[in-house]
Design a protein around this ligand. Structure first.
Ligand SMILES: [Zn+2]
Length: 326
C-alpha cells in the first residue's frame, strides 16, 4: 500500500500548529455594529424577531456606544425610527431628526474613538415605507436623489464619518458625493449598499426599523438575487461615482458575489450579514438545535474567507466577546 507524500494532517497536529497555519483571521476590528435609535422613546424596546436586539431611546445611546467601543469594535451603523412620517420623508433630513441628534451626541461624547456610520435611506421616514419618493404610481429615482443628498449633508453637519446609502436609486453615490463636496464635507466617506438584493432575509429588520413597504415591493430598485453580472455592474457603477467602500448585502447566500467583488476591484469590501441571517441562527439556538457561538464563528469566518474586509452584523457584540476570550 503506497501513501501519498503530501500529508496535510501534519499541519493539524496541535492547536498551536493550527493557529500558525490559519489562513483567515477574524477580529473584532472587522466588525460594524448596527444601532437602532427611536425618537420619543422612554425605555428600550426589544425587537420581537431579533432576540437581544433593541430599539434605544436617545438617552441610552452613549451607554450602548460605550459598550460597543469597549469591546474593541471600531464602528457603528446608525438607523433611526422617527415619530412622524410623511410622503417625502422630511424628518430624514431635519437637523433635529433622531439620527442627526444621535450622531451629534455620539460625536460629542466619543470624539474619534468610534467610526460613526449612518444609514441614508427613506423607508424609515416615508409614510409609504418605500426607499424613494413616489410620483404617480412609481418610485421616482431623480426626486429621491435630491432627498438622499440632503440626508447625507444633514448627517455630515452633525459629524458623521461615513454615510451609507441603501436606497438603491441609480446615481445615489454621485448625488451624495457632489452634495457633500459642495457643502465642504470632502472628508465624509461613502459606504454604499452597492449590491443590495431583493431579499426575504430582511424581514426581521422591518420589525426593528418599522420600514415595511405599505404597498408593492422593492423589486423595481433592488438587485434580483438571480443576477450576479448585474450585481457587479452595481458595484462598478458605485466605484465610478466615487464610492469609498462597497457592500454586498445580504452576506451568507451571496458569498460568491463577495469573492467576485474582491477579485475584480481594489476597493474595501463590506458584507452585511442581515437580520434574517441573524434570526435563523438565534431561532435555532433558542431551540437548542445548534450551538450559537460555534455557528456564528463559522459564518463570520466564511464571510471573511470569501473576501470581505469588514462585516456589518447583529452578532458584533457577542462575536467580539468570544473573540476577546480566544
Ligand atoms: Zn430603504
Amino acid at each position: 500500500m503506497s501513501f501519498p507524500t503530501r500529508r496535510l494532517r501534519r499541519l493539524r497536529t496541535t492547536s498551536k500548529m493550527r493557529e500558525l497555519t490559519q489562513e483567515t483571521r477574524l477580529s473584532m476590528k472587522d466588525l460594524i455594529c448596527p444601532v437602532f435609535v427611536q425618537e420619543d422613546l422612554k425605555t428600550r424596546i426589544k425587537v420581537e424577531s431579533m432576540s437581544e436586539i433593541e430599539r434605544l431611546p436617545l438617552e441610552d445611546i452613549n451607554d450602548e456606544v460605550g459598550t460597543i467601543s469597549d469591546l474593541g469594535i471600531p464602528a457603528i451603523m446608525l438607523f433611526g425610527i422617527p415619530s412622524k412620517k410623511d410622503e417625502v420623508g422630511s424628518s430624514s433630513f431635519d437637523d433635529n431628526g433622531i439620527v442627526q441628534k444621535a450622531i451629534s451626541q455620539i460625536r460629542k461624547n466619543f470624539g474619534d474613538k468610534i467610526v460613526i456610520m449612518a444609514d441614508v435611506c427613506l423607508c424609515q421616514f416615508t409614510s409609504t415605507g418605500h426607499c424613494g419618493i413616489i410620483k404617480g404610481n412609481k418610485i421616482d429615482n431623480d426626486t429621491s436623489l435630491d432627498t438622499l443628498a440632503k440626508i447625507a449633508v444633514s448627517q455630515a453637519k452633525m459629524g458623521v464619518d461615513t454615510v451609507s446609502p441603501s436606497a438603491m436609486m441609480d446615481g445615489q453615490v454621485y448625488a451624495i458625493r457632489k452634495a457633500l463636496d459642495d457643502n465642504g464635507f470632502t472628508d465624509v466617506s461613502i459606504m454604499s449598499h452597492s449590491a443590495k438584493h431583493r431579499s426575504s432575509f430582511y424581514s426581521p429588520f422591518r420589525d426593528a426599523a418599522e420600514c415595511a413597504p405599505k404597498f408593492g415591493d422593492r423589486k423595481t430598485y433592488q438587485v434580483p438575487f438571480t443576477n450576479s453580472r448585474e450585481a457587479m455592474m452595481e458595484v462598478e457603477t458605485d466605484i465610478n461615482e466615487g464610492v469609498d467602500i462597497v457592500m454586498i448585502k445580504p452576506a451568507l447566500s451571496y458569498l460568491d458575489l463577495i469573492t467576485e467583488t474582491r477579485k475584480r476591484f481594489n476597493i474595501p469590501v463590506a458584507a452585511y450579514s442581515v437580520s434574517g441571517e441573524y434570526a435563523l441562527v438565534k431561532g435555532a439556538a433558542m431551540q437548542g438545535w445548534i450551538n450559537e457561538k460555534d455557528i456564528t464563528e463559522e459564518i463570520l469566518y466564511s464571510i471573511k474567507r470569501a473576501g470581505a474586509d469588514m462585516i456589518v452584523t447583529y452578532f458584533a457584540k457577542s462575536a467580539a466577546r468570544f473573540l476577546q476570550e480566544s
